[in-house]
Design a protein around this ligand. Structure first.
Ligand code: HEC
Ligand code: HEC
Ligand code: HEC
Ligand code: HEC
Ligand code: HEC
Ligand code: HEC
Ligand code: HEC
Ligand code: HEC
Ligand code: HEC
Ligand code: HEC
Length: 314
């Protein structure tokens, strides 16, 4: 007797369930919100009902201006400016019904963000950058909601921590004895690199035009000089320096200054007289066997360029 009732109940239950499953489909035509129709904009206040914390935080963040600024076209729809139309998700609460930039391919996330940020000058080199090519997404560095990390790292130490997280070997170069003072928080990676990408090699920043960003701090090396030292212009600073840090004084590429020079000048033929030839064979003016001639920059003091002496002596 008991088992019969149970079977009956089960049968009723399954019947009810299958009816319920069919219901949305059969109702669809008059309902206007079938499962396969595109979602529409619900408005931030609808989101607020279930995501109160995020709503309050966004209003205080720079993106909060979207909520009220008519000019930007997202008035009352801040959440959906990044998450897309949310009416369907607001009903189902299913993650499948809403766009989450953190779960998209990096190029798709970029498209979402660049819909508004494309015109920012710092983005102009993005396509060429290693970050775009290697699928490093905007959200790898920018946290839209996490108040703890902040939307954008501004303090030098915070930027360095972020970059060092992925660039361990670059960071290790700043632990060498002669280096720019990043570990001390006096400078950051973005003083020299545009994190979004730049036209110069290594996405290094430009000071003005296509000049190396080094000039923004080392302006005395900019010139113009009456007598330039050719490699400063044509090889760039990294021709003789390791800009992150080095074992060698002045962050040079070689421990001995003369070996930096001889990498190029050992093979330079004398332009004028034999007197000025480099080498050890008399009548070479520079007799490299003697200590006197080994310390090149004792005499060639204006190594980055001179206004008075062709041989960069003063
Ligand atoms: C009725 C409550 C409710 C409303 C209204 C609602 N959500 Fe949600 N939302 C949820 C719940 C619950 C989750 C968590 C789903 C889970 O993790 O299974 C969620 C998750 C999300 C997620 C994360 C999805 C993911 O991939 O993990 C996003 C983004 C989101 N909501 C955005 C919105 C936006 C934008 C709106 C307004 C258009 C909105 N929500 C309105 C309940 C709601
Ligand atoms: C500027 C773009 C942007 C806006 C505006 C925005 N979100 Fe998000 N949202 C994101 C991104 C990006 C993520 C992925 C996680 C992250 O990077 O913080 C995310 C993640 C989420 C999640 C998943 C849970 C979490 O914290 O990771 C929810 C829920 C969510 N957003 C709801 C909202 C709601 C509600 C609003 C409006 C009050 C809103 N979002 C406004 C970009 C945005
Ligand atoms: C609907 C337009 C819109 C979208 C989409 C958008 N933003 Fe924004 N974002 C803004 C506005 C407006 C500001 C406020 C500053 C301003 O006026 O430029 C802002 C500010 C920022 C700032 C802070 C700038 C500062 O100087 O403090 C960052 C970082 C940022 N957005 C990153 C993102 C990321 C990452 C995404 C994608 C997940 C994104 N934004 C998507 C409109 C947008
Ligand atoms: C999520 C990991 C990640 C973070 C965070 C990150 N990078 Fe990268 N970066 C990469 C990858 C991957 C590449 C491409 C492969 C490579 O060249 O090493 C790259 C390449 C580079 C390059 C080489 C030049 C180029 O465009 O190819 C520079 C310079 C650079 N990143 C600077 C930075 C700076 C500055 C920061 C901090 C603002 C930073 N990165 C944060 C992953 C990251
Ligand atoms: C490798 C980390 C990294 C990636 C990837 C990245 N950013 Fe940034 N972004 C930064 C840092 C660091 C700053 C601060 C730069 C500064 O202070 O000079 C910044 C600054 C910004 C700003 C403030 C305005 C400006 O130009 O200084 C906006 C807006 C912004 N980023 C949006 C984006 C968007 C959109 C993407 C994806 C297309 C993105 N960022 C990708 C690290 C990154
Ligand atoms: C003093 C300026 C300066 C600072 C500060 C700086 N860089 Fe660089 N970085 C350069 C220069 C110059 C290059 C070489 C570019 C080239 O290829 O000509 C470079 C190259 C790189 C490369 C490419 C290396 C390779 O082998 O291709 C990466 C990655 C990089 N830097 C990451 C970082 C990170 C991460 C930080 C912060 C921890 C940082 N840089 C700080 C100037 C700097
Ligand atoms: C944000 C400013 C800034 C930028 C940009 C910058 N530097 Fe520097 N640089 C400094 C400061 C400050 C010092 C002195 C460091 C110290 O005393 O610890 C320094 C020191 C040096 C030194 C060593 C000087 C010595 O006496 O040992 C060299 C070489 C150098 N920088 C080269 C470069 C190159 C090459 C670039 C571009 C790739 C560059 N710097 C970009 C600020 C900068
Ligand atoms: C041809 C090689 C060479 C090139 C290229 C070069 N330097 Fe130097 N630099 C040197 C040498 C050698 C010294 C050490 C001079 C000494 O021994 O007193 C030096 C010293 C420095 C110093 C510290 C002493 C001072 O004069 O302030 C700075 C800063 C510096 N260089 C910056 C730069 C910058 C910025 C660039 C790119 C514009 C650059 N250098 C390009 C060879 C070079
Ligand atoms: C990357 C290659 C390179 C390095 C390294 C280099 N030079 Fe030069 N140097 C040149 C070139 C190229 C010229 C131009 C030669 C010409 O005009 O015939 C030049 C010109 C000179 C001149 C002027 C000579 C003239 O005829 O105008 C002097 C002096 C000089 N270098 C000294 C040095 C010293 C000292 C060092 C080491 C600190 C050094 N150079 C490192 C490539 C280099
Ligand atoms: C004792 C001072 C002194 C030292 C040390 C010295 N030079 Fe010179 N160098 C000179 C003088 C002076 C001239 C110009 C000679 C002339 O015009 O007849 C010169 C000329 C040059 C020239 C131009 C040659 C040409 O053909 O026009 C180069 C290149 C050069 N030196 C490189 C070096 C290098 C590399 C070192 C280090 C190995 C070095 N010098 C060390 C004094 C010195």
């Amino acid at each position: 007797m008991r088992s019969i009732t149970l079977a009956c109940c089960l049968a009723l239950l399954t019947l009810g369930r299958s009816q319920a499953q069919q219901a949305p489909e059969s109702k669809a035509p008059e309902n206007q919100a079938p499962a396969n129709q595109a979602a529409t904009f619900a408005g931030s206040e609808v989101c607020q009902a279930c995501h109160e914390d995020l709503f309050n935080a966004i209003r205080k963040s720079p993106h909060g201006v979207l909520e009220s600024d008519k000019k930007r076209g997202w008035e009352g729809k801040t959440c959906e400016s990044c998450h897309g139309p949310g009416s369907k998700h607001a009903e189902s609460t299913s993650p499948d019904d809403i766009r989450n930039p953190a779960k998209l391919a990096a190029s798709e996330t970029a498209r979402t963000c660049l819909a508004c940020h494309l015109n920012q000058p710092s983005q102009s080199g993005r396509i060429r950058s290693g970050h775009a090519k290697s699928q490093v997404a905007c959200v790898s560095c920018h946290s839209v909601h996490d108040a703890g990390r902040g939307l954008v790292a501004r303090k030098a130490a915070a930027v360095n921590t972020q970059c060092a997280g992925c660039h361990i070997s670059a960071w290790s170069q700043f632990q060498k004895p002669f280096k720019h003072r990043l570990p001390e928080g006096a400078m950051s990676c973005v003083d020299c690199h545009n994190p979004h990408g730049n036209a110069l090699p290594g996405t290094t920043r430009a000071a003005a035009g296509a000049e190396p960003g080094c000039f923004s701090c080392h302006s005395d090396k900019r010139g113009p000089f009456t007598f330039e030292h050719a490699p400063v212009r044509f090889e760039g600073c990294a021709g003789c320096h390791e800009p992150h840090g080095s074992q060698n004084p002045r962050m040079l590429t070689r421990a001995d200054v003369r070996f930096v020079c001889l990498e190029c000048h050992a093979n330079l033929p004398s332009q004028t007289t034999e007197k000025t030839a480099l080498g050890v064979v008399p009548p070479a003016f520079h007799d490299l066997r003697t200590a006197r001639y080994q310390n090149c920059t004792v005499c060639h003091q204006k190594i980055h360029g001179s206004n008075v002496n062709r041989d960069l002596l003063r």
